[in-house]
Write a protein that binds this ligand. Structure first.
Ligand SMILES: *Cc1c(COP(=O)(O)O)cnc(C)c1O
Length: 444
C-alpha cells in the first residue's frame, strides 16, 4: 500500500474495487471513503455492489459447472435489507430465513416465497403459520415439537407443504465452538446416530399434509476446509440410502448448508469458491453413485461468503490513551453495538487509515470501541501508522454478522448503510436518530 501516481489496487481482505487513490485516500466502488464519511457520518457501513454480485456469480457458476442441478440460496441472517434481497434475487439466488422477521423482510424485498427456505431450532406456531400462509418453498424441520405444530397447522390445507429434515450428522469441524453446529452435542437437528432422525422421518412421512422432499445439514461457519462438509454429505447420503431401503424415502433435495470461510486479515487463506464447489459437487456425485441414489437437487447456502467481503466499516478516531509498558488504546466512534464479533468469538480483524496514505505500520495499538464494557475492543494489538484524532479508520470484511447482530447498547443509534458502485453511493438503510430511540416507549 505505498503511494504512487496511479491508484493502487488492494487485495484480500478488501472489496474488489478497493484502491488507494493518488492522494492516499481509500476508495471503494469509485467513491472516496472520506467523502462518504463527510456526507453520511460515521460509523458507516459501506457495501461494494460489484463484490456482492461477483460473489453471487462465483457461487452460481462454480456450482453449476460441476453439478448442474444446483441452487444457491443466500442465508439472510448474515445481513439483510430489502435492497440486498433485490440484488440477490437479480443474481438468481434464493433466500434462507430463520425467523418471521427475516421472512417478512425477504418477501418485502421481492423474493418469491417459493424461493425461500425457513430454518431454525425453535420456530413458533405463529412463524410457522406465516411461512405456510406465504407458501415458502421449504420448511426445514428441526425437532419433534415442530412436527407437532406443523401437523396441527396443516390439518385443513389442500396441498401438502414441502418440508426437509435438518439432521445432526455428528461431525466435528475446525472452527470456533460458538459457530460449530454439526457435532453430536448440538441444539440443531435430529441426531442420525441414535435413531431420532429415522423416527422423525417416519412421522413426517405419515402426515398427509407434509411432503418430505429432502435432507439438510449445516455443520458450522467460517470453515477453511471441506472435510466436515464432505463428511456431512456422506452421512446424509448414507441416511438417505438406508431410509430408501427401509421406508421408500426418495431424496429429491440435498443441502449441506453454508459455512464457507472468508479472509478477515491478509494472513487468512480460505479456499476459493470454485474449490468448494469442486469438492462438494464431487462428494454428492460420487456418494450417490456409490449408493445407487439418483442425483438430487443440490442447494448451498452461503451467508458470510456472500456479504462479508463486500462490507467495510468506517469509523472516526477519537480519544487515545497511552498506558506506558501496558498498551495504547485508540478509541473509535463505534464498537460492540455495531460489531460484536470480536467480543463474542474473539474474531480478528485488520484495519487501515482511510483518509490519507498508509505507510509502513509503525505502532502497536488496540482499537477500542466507545461502549461501556472493558471487553469492547474491536482489534487488540494491531500494528498501524500513528493515528490522530479525526482520522478515518476502515475495517474490511465487515459485511457479515456485524449489523445483523447490532444493538442500541448505550442508546447508540445504529449506523447507516451505503451501497457503492461505479462512482455512485446509495443509502440502503438510513442512520437511526435519537427519535428512533424513544419510538417504542410508552409514557402515560
Ligand atoms: C447460518 C446458516 C447458513 C450460513 O452460514 P455461513 O457460515 O454464513 O455461510 C446456512 N445455512 C443455515 C441453515 C444456517 O443456519
Amino acid at each position: 500500500m505505498t503511494q504512487t501516481d496511479s491508484p493502487v489496487t488492494i487485495g484480500q481482505p478488501w472489496p474488489h474495487t478497493a484502491r488507494r487513490a493518488a492522494r492516499g485516500e481509500l476508495e471503494i466502488g469509485g467513491v472516496l471513503l472520506p467523502a462518504l464519511a463527510d456526507r453520511y457520518g460515521t460509523p458507516l457501513y459501506v457495501y461494494d455492489e460489484q463484490t456482492l454480485r461477483a460473489s453471487a456469480r462465483a457461487f452460481r457458476q462454480s456450482f453449476a459447472a460441476v453439478y448442474p442441478r444446483s441452487r444457491v440460496v443466500y442465508a439472510a441472517k448474515a445481513f439483510l435489507t430489502t435492497a440486498l434481497v433485490r440484488i440477490m434475487r437479480k443474481e438468481g439466488l434464493g433466500l434462507d430465513v430463520v425467523s418471521g422477521g427475516e421472512l417478512f423482510v425477504g418477501l418485502r424485498g421481492g423474493m418469491p416465497a417459493a424461493e425461500i427456505a425457513f430454518h431454525g431450532n425453535n420456530k413458533s406456531a405463529r412463524e410457522l403459520g406465516e411461512a405456510l400462509a406465504a407458501g415458502v418453498g421449504k420448511i426445514v424441520i428441526d425437532n419433534d415439537y415442530e412436527i407437532s405444530l406443523l401437523e396441527a397447522l396443516t390439518a385443513n390445507r389442500g396441498q401438502p407443504a414441502p418440508a426437509m429434515i435438518r439432521l445432526n450428522p455428528g461431525v466435528d469441524v475446525h472452527t470456533h465452538k460458538k459457530i460449530s453446529t454439526g457435532m453430536a452435542d448440538s441444539k440443531f437437528g435430529f441426531p442420525i446416530a441414535d435413531g431420532q432422525a429415522e423416527t422423525a422421518l417416519c412421522r413426517i412421512q405419515s402426515l398427509p399434509k407434509l411432503r418430505l422432499v429432502g435432507l439438510h445439514a449445516h455443520v458450522g461457519s467460517q470453515l477453511f476446509d471441506a472435510e466436515a462438509t464432505v463428511a456431512a454429505i456422506d452421512a446424509l447420503l448414507d441416511f438417505a440410502a438406508t431410509m430408501r431401503d427401509r421406508h421408500e424415502f426418495v431424496l429429491e433435495h440435498l443441502s449441506p448448508g453454508g459455512g464457507f470461510g472468508i479472509a478477515y486479515t491478509d494472513a487468512d487463506k480460505p479456499p476459493t469458491i470454485a474449490t468448494w464447489a469442486g469438492l462438494i459437487g464431487a462428494a454428492v456425485k460420487e456418494g450417490c453413485a456409490a449408493r445407487s441414489l439418483p442425483e438430487p437437487m443440490l442447494t448451498v447456502e452461503p451467508g458470510r461468503a456472500m456479504v462479508g467481503p463486500a462490507g467495510v466499516a468506517l469509523y472516526t478516531v477519537g480519544a487515545k490513551k497511552e498506558l506506558p509498558d501496558v498498551r495504547t488504546y485508540v478509541s473509535v466512534d463505534g464498537g460492540m453495538a455495531d460489531n460484536i464479533r470480536p467480543s463474542l468469538y474473539d474474531a480478528r480483524y485488520s484495519a487501515a487509515i482511510a483518509n490519507r496514505d498508509d505507510p509502513a505500520a509503525s505502532n502497536e495499538v488496540t482499537i477500542a470501541g466507545r461502549y461501556c464494557e472493558s471487553g469492547d475492543l474491536l482489534i487488540e494489538r494491531i500494528a498501524l501508522p500513528e493515528l490522530r484524532e479525526g482520522d478515518l479508520l476502515a475495517i474490511p470484511a465487515a459485511g457479515a454478522y456485524t449489523l445483523a447482530m447490532a444493538s442500541n447498547y448505550n442508546f447508540a443509534p445504529r449506523p447507516a448503510v451505503v451501497l457503492v458502485n461505479d462512482g455512485q453511493a446509495r443509502v440502503i438503510r438510513r442512520r437511526e436518530t435519537y427519535e428512533d430511540l424513544v419510538q417504542f416507549d410508552i409514557d402515560e
